[in-house]
Ligand binder design. Structure first.
Ligand code: NA7
Length: 529
């Protein structure tokens, strides 16, 4: 093949489309038995995107964006999966996608200028280019709780929700209170006889105010190009946030004005609150104001003050990804929902019929792990990637993961990451970032082909300088040092580094465009052998 793409989610589907457009013979290898990536796997009750549908969709094809009809402000997993299946059919992608095919290794042959991609089944495919469209949140993790394997009931991670499970009338436990759990908990509470939530760190959550999409969809479609253009000027790559990112400091306005702005955005719903003032993520005092605002909402919603207190986060707002919910705080007012704070009452072990904490044994029929992912690097680390001189990606990343503009790795020519570490990725609308990365990769491949080069990779200096910039920008914010999957702190032993670029979508795009327009000075082109 000319190119192998790993993964058939948003990134892999678009990469196949673009590479084909260059006249390359490309194949997508996908571990699942369907397309959709993240949206194929995460099918727990309540799974939705926390970016609005009209933003969280491909912009590369005018007819596609006009024809597809979204039904709700925030799409369900099922609807996004239907959309991706439609994309696969509409652009005739399936004939070059191999499902049930997990990639285990990718090895560079320097002399030939090719990569050999090996699958779990032992098949080898040789290609000149490899695109790792493996997702930022695709490698799920279940911590090694003592006794985990002794549990006699059903237990599973949210990213591998079984088709045949029915938790109606059961005693159910959930470990975790991140974005996933916050979507899941109200759904489980409505069907379980009893739901026990095991919470380590409380979350900040903002109501989605989800609703059916009415006339606003037609209004956006009437000027979709302008709507998409506005998204590219927004730090998060999202159009239509009321007022965008505020120009003022939270500390330069009166308490009444500040509160009114927070309230306006709270009522709008979703991530708009995080952009109320420009310094919420850089100035601890400004951050304190928005954190206190959300704490007040929790206290005002959860009726039992001791439950409200345990649900109240005390770390800076937004340093763990803020959650967007439907009836999350209200769920704790239900009589069948119990909150166990593992900070006060640590988890001791999992037993055959429940979870034992320091103070009690919680009897359960089913146990759900909403315990998150090895973000950014987990899926890549599972593949043995060996570049020049046999040096592996694990060796390359020994001191901390990174990539030149989140895409390229020195010593790994012709291998590209999509939304890898060092790109805005999860701090942006993923679809905006995926399209930008795939387009940038396609332009680079085209340039490489046109000029008769065999191999292209960033220089070691360019990669180091970019990641120094990523670190420096993160150092100006409250993200640095956060105990979150943003920094790898949720995976024991993972080197700590803020892996998403905090500089925003517009600057990142400008920088990538300048590299291309400047003739790729930061990259090294070479001949095989
Ligand atoms: P997250 O946001 O990583 O949440 C995982 C949750 O699991 C979080 O509350 C963790 O608590 C908890 N957790 C993890 N390990 C443990 C252990 N050992 N003991 C107790 N609790 C634990 O993953 P999600 O799936 O919710 O969301 C991921 C992203 O997907 C989300 O942000 C969206 O972008 C989509 P902790 O905070 O580590 O104390």
């Amino acid at each position: 093949m000319d190119a192998v793409v790993v993964g058939a989610g948003f990134a892999g589907l678009y990469a196949l489309h673009r590479l084909r457009g260059l006249g390359l013979r490309a194949v997508v290898l996908e571990a699942g038995d369907g397309v959709g990536g993240t949206w194929f796997w995460n099918r727990y009750p309540g799974a939705r995107c926390d970016v609005e549908s009209l933003n969280y969709s491909f912009s590369f094809d005018e007819d596609l964006q006009r024809d597809w009809v979204w039904t709700e402000r925030y799409s369900t997993q099922a609807e996004i999966l239907r959309y991706l299946e439609h994309v696969a059919d509409r652009f005739d992608l399936r004939r070059d996608i191999e499902l049930n095919t997990r990639v285990s290794a990718a090895t560079l042959d320097e002399a030939a200028g090719t990569w050999t991609v090996t699958t779990d089944a032992g098949r080898e495919i040789t290609a000149r280019y490899v695109v790792m469209a493996t997702g930022c949140l695709s490698d799920s993790r279940v911590p090694g709780f003592p006794g985990r394997d002794t549990f006699a009931g059903r237990s599973f991670h949210t990213a591998s929700w079984p088709d045949d499970v029915d938790l109606t009338g059961q005693r159910v436990g959930v470990i975790g209170t991140g974005s996933t759990a916050i979507q899941l908990i109200p759904q489980l509470a409505a069907r379980a006889e009893h739901l026990t939530v095991f919470q380590r760190t409380p979350a900040y959550s903002i109501p989605a105010h989800n609703r059916p999409l009415g006339a606003e969809q037609d209004a956006v479609k009437a000027e979709y190009a302008a709507f998409r253009a506005r998204a590219l000027t927004a730090a998060l790559g999202i159009a239509s946030l009321p007022g965008g990112t505020g120009k003022l400091s939270a500390l330069e306005v009166s308490p009444e004005t500040r509160r009114a702005e927070f309230q306006r955005r709270w009522e709008h719903g979703g991530i708009a609150l995080a952009g109320a003032f420009h310094d919420l993520m850089s100035n601890p005092d400004a951050n304190h104001e928005v954190a206190e605002f959300v704490r007040g909402k929790i206290a005002g919603t959860v009726r039992d003050p001791s439950v409200a207190e345990r649900l109240t986060p005390r770390y800076p707002f937004g340093t763990k990804r803020p959650c967007i919910d439907i009836d999350y705080w209200e769920t704790y007012n239900r009589p069948n929902v119990e909150l166990v704070s593992l900070l006060d009452d640590p988890l001791v072990e999992i037993t055959p019929d429940g979870v034992r904490t320091a103070r009690a044994h919680h009897r359960l029929d089913a146990l759900v792990y909403a315990t998150g992912f090895d973000a950014f690097t987990g899926a890549l680390s599972r593949i043995r990637i060996a570049g020049r001189s046999g040096r592996t990606l694990a060796e390359h990343w020994a001191d901390g993961p990174g990539a030149f503009v989140g895409v390229g790795l020195a010593g790994f020519p012709n291998l590209f990451l999509v939304t890898g570490p060092g790109s805005p990725s999860v701090l942006s609308n993923m679809i905006v970032s995926i399209e930008q990365h795939v387009d940038w990769i396609a332009d680079l491949v085209e340039h490489t082909e046109k000029h008769g080069h065999d191999l292209v990779e960033p220089t070691a200096d360019a990669e180091r300088d970019w990641m120094a910039h990523v670190d420096q920008m993160a150092g100006r914010t409250l993200y640095q040092g956060a105990q979150s999957w943003f920094t790898g702190a949720n995976v024991p032993g993972k080197p700590l580094r803020m892996l998403a670029y905090v500089g925003g979508v517009p600057y990142f795009r400008k920088r990538c465009a300048a590299i291309r327009d400047g003739g790729y000075q930061e990259l090294r082109f070479s001949s095989a052998g």
